[in-house]
Design a protein around this ligand. Structure first.
Ligand SMILES: Cc1ncc(COP(=O)(O)O)c(C=O)c1O
Length: 417
């Protein structure tokens, strides 16, 4: 299947008329026809920061974290739950430092380099939970420099390696319930399911894993699972089934005091997507763990960061080819790979809008690859006299996944505090 088919399928689920209003909220909206973000006129941000440029709103990040915290508290998990920000979503140093200062979260890290970076931004190793696979001897050696770091083994190999270094310690085990979740069933965003994946330990090997941990005198105190990304309200029943499956692992292991239910909470990408109902989500945690006495960890990346970031772009050209109008911009999928890799559309938005008629155009980047299409049939006003536009939802898995493909890897970043 080619990229354009994939993106079109996603676009077909939305109502065109809502494209320039579904995403508007108090801190990201048009005021007198001018786009405003976190109290700033976006045209001024373009002038100050330049393009391509990522701009992140710390107030929005705090709001997102606060909403999660409130939902957990309302579900009766106050004092029994922890938010660990999945820093793979965005590791911009000023952002991590501000998150540490906020006191609202710890860190989910997935490489020794991420651990070192989080520590350099102010987090203590004991505030960091580490979950990753395919770790080399060098990786384990580096991790051993951070006493207090909590390690979730993703394989029996990982249990052996950790046991060699820290026999007698506590350890977590990432499990794989064989059931995945994702935005609209998008299989590229699923980490578990019918197909056997590299993530976590399956039921079939779980007792062997426990025996290996015991051989090293280690106590398994946490069960961890993360089986996919981008889920919204429609997927909540699947999420509850996943938790149901994962409780089998908890039941096998009386020493478990914590359960980490991963990240994966999604945000709307198109007008047809409804925002995740956090009370519905937290009610699942209450039902499944309310009476258990277990401490619940969550490790969201997308939900915290995605809608807190914009990608500022300059228009490079506007030209009709056959019957398609193309709007080119000065950045390609290499600096924000999600639309191309995972068919997750980032809505293009003009800096000025006063209710003019909208017409379709394909917004494309500057990389010599067929998949370098930001958005097909974006409904935009006449852009002939406009020089700039932005993509919303660019705060997560964009800069952190950027490459220097075609030597076009340069971009600016700015945190608005
Ligand atoms: C183990 C683990 N936890 C948390 C996350 C964060 O996921 P999301 O950004 O969808 O919340 C990921 C993402 O890949 C992950 O692999």
């Amino acid at each position: 299947m080619n990229t354009s088919t994939r993106i079109n399928r996603d676009a077909s689920t939305q109502t065109k008329k809502g494209e320039l209003d579904w995403w508007q909220r108090d801190d990201l909206c048009y005021r007198n026809g001018e786009l405003v973000f976190a109290g700033n006129n976006v045209a001024d941000l373009v002038w100050e920061i330049g393009t391509p440029g990522f701009v992140y709103s710390m107030p929005r990040v705090k709001q997102n974290l606060g909403r999660l915290r409130d939902a957990l508290d309302r579900a009766g998990l106050k004092g029994r739950s922890t938010i660990l920000y999945a820093m793979k979503a965005n590791r911009f140093a000023p952002l991590l430092a501000a998150m540490k200062q906020s006191g609202l979260c710890g860190i989910d890290a997935c490489s020794p380099q991420e651990v070192a970076h989080a520590v350099s931004c102010g987090f203590e190793p004991r505030e960091i939970s580490f979950t990753a696979g395919s770790l080399s001897r060098k990786d384990f050696d580096r991790l051993s420099r951070y006493p207090g770091l909590f390690f979730d083994a993703d394989s029996i190999h990982g249990i052996h390696q950790w046991g060699e270094m820290f026999s007698g310690s506590e350890i977590g085990i990432r499990v794989n319930p064989g059931l995945g979740i994702s935005r609209q069933g998008n299989t590229k965003l699923q980490y578990a399911g019918n197909v056997t994946t590299k993530f976590g330990i399956y039921k079939e090997q779980f007792h062997e894993a426990l025996a290996v941990a015991k051989d090293y005198g280690m106590e398994v105190t946490k069960i961890h699972f993360h089986t996919g990304c981008g889920y919204l309200n429609a997927q909540i029943p699947i999420w509850e089934s996943i938790i149901g499956e994962c409780k089998w692992f908890v039941e096998q292991c009386p020493s478990v005091t914590r359960v980490n239910v991963g990240g994966g909470l999604g945000v709307p990408h198109v007008s047809a997507d409804e925002p995740l109902d956090l009370d519905l989500w937290a009610a699942v945690l209450k039902r499944q763990f309310g009476d258990s006495g277990l401490h619940v960890e969550i490790e969201p990346g997308d939900y915290v960061m995605k809608d807190a970031g914009l990608l500022l772009l300059e228009k490079t050209y506007l030209e009709k080819k056959r019957d398609v109008l193309f709007l080119g911009v000065d950045a390609g999928f290499n600096i924000a790979p999600e639309p191309a890799h995972y068919s997750l559309p980032f809505q293009p938005v003009p800096l000025y809008y006063r209710g003019e008629a909208l017409n379709p155009c394909h917004v494309v980047g500057n990389i010599n690859e067929a998949l370098d299409v930001w958005y097909e049939n974006a409904m935009l006003p006449d852009m002939r006299d406009e020089d700039y536009l932005v993509l919303i939802n660019a705060g997560a898995y964009s800069a952190s996944m950027a490459s220097n493909h075609c030597m076009r890897g340069e971009f600016r970043e700015r945190l608005l505090v």
